[in-house]
Design a protein around this ligand. Structure first.
Ligand SMILES: Nc1ncnc2c1ncn2[C@@H]1O[C@H](COP(=O)(O)OP(=O)(O)OP(=O)(O)O)[C@@H](O)[C@H]1O
Ligand SMILES: [Zn+2]
Ligand SMILES: [Zn+2]
Length: 804
């Protein structure tokens, strides 16, 4: 094959097609689709993906491929196809789709280097900079810019003595260690040893070690074992007794952990009923989508484990997705405990190198199962037997940047390709999935009870307005306080949950009502007690907390809203004997902190676990018998048609943390709107009725699952430009779509300005529109050049989950 079609790393619409390059002789037969190459493009060098190799090219003058970045394809045939599908279904560039499927270590890193022009030598250069370029040295352009001689360098570039070269660098550093092995025979070692002078003790010990041991040993370990120095080892290497080699090792983030081996549990009746259809479709090698709706603690995870076991027995592979925040050691433990070293784990807490190593284990087939967050759906397995998505309702399965894919859709695509089942599990399925299950598009599996008929916790709703009327100004209702105190006395544990999403501790003047907001984004700043600063959560802007109101100079300016730190202080006041572990962004920002805190709670080193969203899921502690929700309704007021659904899901999930073992559980939900149906129905654990009510509302207002949505957001520094572009788009879509589609807007976005950019949005509601994709693509194409050259951005989100 003489030619390769390559998708190059450039995000403009003209480059979304492939370009032909000639394959140099030595690489013919070697270069295959799915490999990354470096190719010349105009005056630059770009990374690209080979998508096809062929004998003919319609192009007259083709350039040759410069470099080969992979010895074997990094994207297999299936993933290349999946990339095409992502491009079509999310309206992104092909290159963006390909890159999204790979670990970040494989992303191209472009550097500009300065070097002497090939027709000149360093004597041509100004004496001040000659040494910098001696022996054909190259200089990183960024570093050169900062050099005190940059003005000299610049002149030399202008004179053509120096030139700029674009190079593609990789971040893939494989970790290697030095390892020592004997190359002489034992006899030779013995002979050498006997000839050594008396005082050469260290060398003798080393030789003795290799006489007694056959295997190579890491240098570091050798030094420890025989108490010697590097120089004695070096001497023996020079004498050709030993050899030093670099060997590649994997970084293992769980190296120090020990995972207790677990065995399959005998399944309950409900579990057996639920697993059978999954096993049947495994047996028939048939693609089916199962929605496993099972109340919290009903043993869904055990079903996953046993289904996976069947898959592994058949020599196939499995992908399990769990939300990022529930990728706790508890969850990892359950998979590693059952399947040991066959498991790779992928989540954002790993370093780039660790992720790359886990990815390579998958790629080489050294592991059979991956447990990971969203992007693990692209695991390069060749023979997938099952894909499981736990907590399928979680919004983190949707990527909020290009490609804006939902892992569920990708899972179903791959499930079809591999003819294997896809299992979506949740105690609170999304309306979309449950509606599909009711229509028979998905197969519904139901677990109505907790394992061994343990009762679901009893839930009490407390009206906080009443508390205020009774004169209770603390953040704990009387009931919650009494129950907390009681837990402390009994040596049981409690989880306190503070709903922070869509809610922040803003600063307001009590005299004039002035709220301090970000000068660049239209949202209020959040108070951080830790460093006495006000911060913007969108753009990162920060300032010191002012002593006086910037508007009226009153000194009664203070923050409102409850942060976890405030709650912690309050607990210290009212329950001084309580030991509290606080989990929020501040206490878990360091790597591994999250795990440490949870483990400590598990060892009962604290009575109360206090936290935000990150403690709502997946936790399973023996002695937790009380869950308190401090403010249930903060999320109800978000400008989002899913607000009720999210509130119901969250309350149900948090409540599910209580009483999962022998001790019964209690939940207290504090709210200012006790009559709201999502709170009422969460209290009664009534998903079915919630589904019914919410579906009715969705139908009435033309929302999903009855209608599909597209959200188009336009942003620009100039408000008029943003608005007029959004208006054009809206008009264009009105002309292109049928009159059954509704096109709302443009209106300014719920957050009208972020980072000094004004934001307008149009929302399209539709059921079937044959020209929708073509029309949206036409918009992107029309504005492409403007977006590349100016400040304009247009983002198109199909089936959006975030409406801000
Ligand atoms: N067949 C069984 N026999 C005994 N115990 C079981 C069985 N299946 C599961 N369990 C135990 O019951 C508890 C709850 O199960 P599991 O965590 O799998 O539920 P879940 O449905 O995944 O819960 P959630 O959705 O709340 O995370 C666990 O401690 C688990 O070990
Ligand atoms: Zn800001
Ligand atoms: Zn004021």
């Amino acid at each position: 094959m003489r030619y390769a079609s390559v998708i190059v790393d450039l995000k403009v619409s003209q480059t979304d097609r492939s370009f032909d390059y000639e394959i140099p002789h030595e690489w013919r037969g070697i270069i295959k689709p799915g490999m990354r190459v470096v190719v010349p493009f105009g005056s630059r060098k770009l990374q690209g993906f080979v998508v096809e190799v062929k004998d003919e090219s319609a192009v007259k003058k083709v350039k040759a491929i410069d470099e080969l970045l992979d010895p074997t394809p990094v994207l297999n045939e299936e993933l290349l196809k999946l990339g095409e599908w992502l491009t079509e279904s999310t309206l992104c560039f092909k290159i963006t789709a390909f890159q999204a499927m790979l670990p970040s270590a494989l992303k191209a890193n472009y550097q500009k280097e300065l070097l002497i022009h090939k027709d000149r030598s360093y004597e041509h250069l100004h004496p001040d900079i000659q040494t910098l370029f001696q022996k054909n040295k190259k200089l990183d352009l960024n570093k050169a810019c900062k050099s005190p001689y940059f003005h000299v360098i610049q002149k030399e570039i202008e004179a053509g003595n120096l030139e700029v070269q674009y190079v593609v660098k990789q971040k893939t550093n494989k970790r290697t260690i030095k390892q020592i092995k004997a190359i002489a025979s034992k006899k030779e070692l013995q002979a050498f040893l006997s000839k050594l002078p008396k005082q050469a003790n260290k060398q003798k010990r080393i030789l003795q070690f290799f006489i007694e041991n056959d295997d190579p040993i890491p240098l570091k370990k050798l030094l420890e074992e025989v108490q010697c120095t590097v120089s004695s080892v070096k001497t023996l290497i020079d004498k050709k007794m030993l050899l030093e080699e670099e060997v590649e090792v994997y970084r293992d983030p769980y190296e120090k952990e020990h995972f207790e081996k677990t065995n399959p549990l005998p399944l309950t009746n409900e579990q057996t009923k639920a697993i059978q259809p999954i096993l049947a479709s495994l047996e028939k090698e048939q693609h089916d989508v199962f929605l496993m709706y099972g109340v919290t603690g009903s043993g869904k995870t055990e079903i996953y484990l046993q289904a996976i076991e069947e898959v592994l027995k058949k020599g196939k592979e499995a992908i399990v997705l769990v939300p990022e925040i529930s990728l706790t050691p508890q969850m990892v433990q359950r998979f590693k405990g059952r399947f040991g070293s066959k498991v790779a784990v992928l989540h954002s807490g790993l370093s780039t190198g660790e992720k790359y190593d886990e990815w390579r284990k998958i790629d080489r087939g050294e592991v059979k199962l991956v447990v990971g967050a969203r992007s693990a759906i692209f695991a390069p397995f060749q023979n997938i037997g099952i894909i499981i998505i736990d907590e399928e309702h979680e919004t983190s399965y949707k990527q909020e940047e290009n490609p804006r894919y939902h892992a569920r859709e990708v899972a179903i695509y791959r499930g079809k390709y591999h003819s294997c089942p896809v299992v979506l599990g949740s105690a609170t399925p999304t309306l979309e999935s449950y509606a599909r299950a009711q229509k028979g598009v998905y197969n519904l599996l139901t677990l109505t009870e907790r394992v061994n008929k343990r009762p679901l916790p009893t839930v009490e709703i407390v009206d906080m307005r009443e508390e205020l009327r009774k004169g209770n100004r603390t953040m704990f209702s009387e009931s919650l306080y009494t129950k907390l105190k009681n837990r402390l006395e009994n040596g049981e544990q409690a989880v306190l949950f503070l709903n922070k999403r869509g809610y922040s501790s803003f600063v307001m003047c009590r005299d004039c009502g002035f709220v301090i907001s970000c000068p660049h984004c239209d949202i209020s700043l959040t108070y951080h007690r830790f460093d006495e600063k006000l911060k913007c959560h969108y753009c990162g802007y920060e300032e010191m907390m002012p002593p006086h109101c910037p508007d009226c100079k009153s000194k009664y300016i203070r923050f409102f809203g409850t942060g976890t730190q405030r709650v912690e202080e309050e607990i210290a006041k009212v329950l001084p004997e309580a030991r509290v572990i606080r989990m929020d962004n501040d206490t878990t920002s360091r790597k591994g902190a999250h795990e440490k805190l949870l483990k400590s709670f598990g060892r009962k080193e604290a009575d109360i676990l206090l936290g935000t969203q990150m403690i709502a899921k997946g936790l399973d502690f023996q002695d937790v018998t009380l869950v308190g929700v401090l403010t249930a309704d903060t999320m109800l007021h978000l400008p989002d048609f899913r607000a009720s659904e999210k509130t119901f899901q969250l309350l149900t999930q948090v409540s599910g943390r209580a009483g999962r073992h022998t001790l019964p559980g209690e939940v207290v939900i504090q709210t200012y709107v006790p009559e709201h149906y999502s709170i009422q129905l969460a209290q009664r654990h009534d998903y079915a009725l919630f589904f019914q009510k919410e579906m009715y509302i969705r139908k009435l207002h033309h929302y999903p699952p009855y209608y599909y949505l597209v959200l188009i957001t336009v942003s620009h520094q100039e408000v008029t430009k943003a608005l007029s572009t959004a208006e054009h788009i809206s008009l264009f879509m009105k002309k292109r779509l049928s009159d059954k589609a509704q096109i709302l807007g443009p209106v300014s976005s719920p957050i009208p300005r972020i980072n000094d950019r004004y934001r307008y949005q149009c929302m399209i509601k539709y059921k079937r529109e044959s020209s929708l994709y073509e029309s949206l693509k036409a918009i992107l194409k029309h504005y492409q050049q403007e977006m590349n050259q100016t400040d304009l951005t247009i983002s198109i989100d199909l089936n959006p989950l975030m409406l801000m």
